[in-house]
Structure formats: C-alpha cells, structure tokens
Write a protein that binds this ligand. Structure first.
Ligand code: EPU
Length: 417
C-alpha cells in the first residue's frame, strides 16, 4: 500500500492543462482491437488504469506503445479472445473488452471485472443487450464465456437504465455487426461521444452520440485513426475543488466548458468566481466559502457522481449545510469516515449525506477506499491544518495523472501542487 503526504493550508494557484479523460481513453483503447490499421491516440493521461488496459492489449497480441501523452496501438497480430483473471480483476472498466472482443472475434472469455467498490455493480444490462445482438453466454464460476456462433446482427435495444459501460459495449459489439442497431435510452456522457468520434474516424457509421438514441450502421471493416482524447471533466472539477478550499486562483487550459456545465453552479454557490472562455476556465476562490444547498447526482448532463466525493470536501468547510443525494451508485460515501476523522461534520442516511460546514479540518492519517473518495481526501487535506497521510494512494493513481505527484521514497508520494 502506498501513501500520499499532503501539507494543508497551501494555496492552490497558477495554471494547469487538463489531463485527458480516463473514462474516454479506456473504451477507446478497447476499440483499437476492432481496427485493422494503427491508431494514434493523443492527450492520453498517465494512469494505472491506462497501464492495465495496455497490459490487456499486449496480452491479446496487440502492439501498444506509449511515448509521453501519445499511445499507438496496432492490433494486426491480435490472436486471443480471452483475458486472464488477474488482468480482468485489476479494474472495473476491463468489462469494456467484452463488447470489443465479441465484435472482433465473435468470442470473449473474461472473468467478472474488478474496480472501485461503489456498491453493487452488476453487468446485467451489458449481457442482456449483447444477447439481443446474437451473443450466447455461459458462466463457469467466475468466468463469463460469450460467443456469437451465427455472427452479430443489428437490432433495437432499449436500455432500462442509461448505463455508460453498457452503451459503450453495445457500440463496440455492433459497429462491425451486420445491419443496423438502435440504442434507446443510451447514456449521453461526453466520453461516449468521444468513443464514437474515434470510431467514426476509423470508418464506422454511428449517429446520435450525445443524445439518447444512438444508431449504428454496421460496417465491414475499420481502419485505425489519429484521435485526441477529450479533457477529463472530473479531474477539472477536482482541480477546482482544490482551489476553492485553499482560497486560490487557478487557470485551467484545454477545458470543454459544456462538459462541466453542471458543476460550475456548485462553485458559484460557494462564492467562487468562475469564468470560462471557449477552452479555458478561471476560478477565483473567496476568503470564506458558503454552502450550496442541494447536490443531486444523476447521469449526464446532470451533476456527475464522480464529482460528488471531491466536492463534498468543499462543502465540508462551507459556511452552512449542503445535502447530497447520490442516485447513481448505492455505496458512494466510503470517503465519509475519513472526512469525519479530519474533522468534517457529515451524517449519512442511505443515499443522503448531510454536510454541515466546519471552520477547521485537521491533518491526520486516513485511508482512501476508492478513486474519487481518495480525491476527496486530497481536497480535504489541502483545507486542513497540518499534514495528512492518505493511505491507499494507489486508488488515486488509477485516475489522476502521475505528473501531479512526486515519489519521495518507495511507498510515499507528495503532491506537486
Ligand atoms: N448498472 C446496472 N447494471 C448494469 C450496468 C450498470 O445495474 O449492467 C448500474 C450500476 O450498478 C450503477 C449504475 O448502473 O449503479 C451506473 O453504472 P454505469 O454502467 O453507468 O457506470 P460504469 O460504466 O460502470 C462509468 C465510469 C464511472 C462513472 C459511471 C457513471 C468508466 C470506466 N467508468 O462506470 O467512473 O462513475 O460511468 O457516470 O467509464 C470513476 O471514474 O471514478 C468512475 C467510477
């Protein structure tokens, strides 16, 4: 287990360029196995989840190579449609290889994916949708064996919930299928639009990404393409949270303001001044933060569940009461016991968290239980007096770029901000 040592009460000011989006690069890396030529992906964040995806691509026989923020993948020598249990268990988003493998090889053998513990994370919507396309599933203990003996055929799929991963898996499985697939109640997240933008550059015919109806006309073949990954809207919200709690002033470059439209009001309600131009954002924190009243997480374009934990740390030092309602995951308040240990006043009741802002937090030793919960602890540690030791730092490195941190000894890191 590694740890991050954070000195509190240090103003976060200056400028930063947003990292590329984790939740965009992961499905796009899976998509590269569908392509006959080489793909060149720019603006790739340097994270462990990306490393894990590259390991899966290598395991499948692909050539994948990173140089700084550019990753090239060539799936010419792709020769396996099974992913080992140890690789699958390293991250939740490995489930995205299911649709890609099925689309490419009409066969996939994977074990149940790992990832953050955010409550029950079934994949029933993925499986029922892929079945509609012609996939047949068998379960052997933890191993899912999936094949499409008669090929995959386009069909109409009406999702009971706008699952991000299921929408991506259907797109990946149907892009080379015969006929047309229509997804109704599709997820509308920008990361899905980015996946579709990449696939369309490769020769796919996909329409309606970003709306709740996505139409995929199957094509015979995909080439590779060059593509720049969109900026990470959750990382941007986290930088803003760090600035807000330290009374700082930050300029963030390479922002798509539309993607963070639902989190900007939160910061304005705390008294921060937020200014956006076409691709740049500035945030100026007030001396004293006020408390937004109500934050309700929902699928895009509403307030994102991934921003709930880091923004809860802002509310923890606000001047009043903020109520959070978590609607996406059943167990996304794992950061609360550690925030309380730092001095926060938070009551949790099922999906509700009531945060009463306190004047002071104090540094102590805490445990990151998941990625965004870990980010919440970094924000709170910056607001606290003294030093905070965040154990379980490896969770944070799953989603925040390595360039933000420096290793000081074998297991210890410090922030570079
Ligand atoms: N769900 C089901 N059945 C399914 C699929 C999902 O019941 O078959 C439920 C889940 O249990 C959950 C809800 O639907 O309660 C949302 O799940 P969704 O499938 O939309 O999420 P995901 O694809 O597993 C992605 C992101 C998450 C982000 C969610 C919601 C990636 C790699 N992960 O997960 O990101 O929180 O969408 O926006 O894209 C993170 O970055 O920290 C992270 C957890």
């Amino acid at each position: 287990m590694s740890r991050l040592l954070v000195e509190g009460k240090k103003e976060i000011s200056g400028e930063i360029t947003a990292q590329g989006a984790k939740n965009s690069i992961l499905p796009i890396l899976a998509a590269t196995i569908l392509c006959d030529g080489e793909s060149c992906l720019k603006n790739c964040p340097n994270l462990t989840d990306v490393d894990f995806s590259l390991d899966i691509l290598h395991y499948l026989g692909c050539k994948a190579h990173r140089e700084n923020t550019t990753i090239t993948v060539n799936a010419e020598n792709f020769d396996k449609s099974t992913v080992s249990d140890s690789l699958m268990k390293r991250m939740r988003s490995s489930v995205i290889f299911l649709g890609a493998l099925l689309g490419k090889a009409h066969h996939a053998e994977i074990s149940c994916p790992g990832g953050c513990e955010l409550g029950a994370r079934p994949i029933d919507i993925h499986i029922s949708s892929l079945k509609k396309l012609g996939a047949v599933f068998e379960r052997n203990d933890d191993i899912i064996i999936c094949s499409a003996p008669d090929g995959l055929k386009g069909c109409n799929i009406d999702l009971r919930y706008q699952s991000v991963g299921a929408t991506e898996n259907i797109i990946l499985a149907s892009v080379l299928a015969s006929g047309t697939t229509i997804i109704s109640n599709a997820a509308r997240e920008p990361e899905i639009t980015d996946l579709v933008a990449f696939l369309n550059k490769c020769g796919a015919k996909i329409f309606g990404a970003g709306t709740e109806t996505i139409l995929i006309e199957g094509v015979k073949k995909l080439t590779g393409a060059e593509h720049k990954i969109i900026p990470d809207r959750i990382a941007i919200a986290t930088y803003m949270a760090c600035t807000a709690v330290t009374g700082g002033c930050l300029t963030v470059y390479d922002v798509i303001p539309e993607h963070i439209r639902s989190v900007i009001p939160f910061f304005r309600e705390t008294g921060c001044v937020v200014k956006c131009t076409e691709n740049e954002l500035r945030i100026f924190a007030p001396e004293k933060l006020t408390s937004p009243e109500l934050i309700t997480t929902k699928p895009y374009p509403s307030f994102p569940t991934d921003a709930q934990p880091p923004l809860m740390s802002v509310a923890a030092v606000g001047g009043g009461i903020t109520v959070f309602v978590e609607n996406v995951f059943t167990n996304r308040y794992n950061h609360v016991p550690s925030l309380r240990k730092l001095g926060a006043n938070i009551i949790v009741n099922d999906r509700l968290a009531i945060v009463t802002g306190v004047k002071k937090l104090h540094g102590t030793s805490v445990n990151a239980m998941d990625l965004r919960g870990g980010a919440a602890l970094v924000v709170a540690a910056l607001a606290a007096e003294g030093t905070t030791e965040i154990n379980g730092f490896e969770h944070i490195l799953r989603g925040y770029d390595r360039s933000l941190f420096t290793k000081t000894d074998e297991n210890t890191y410090k922030p570079n901000f």
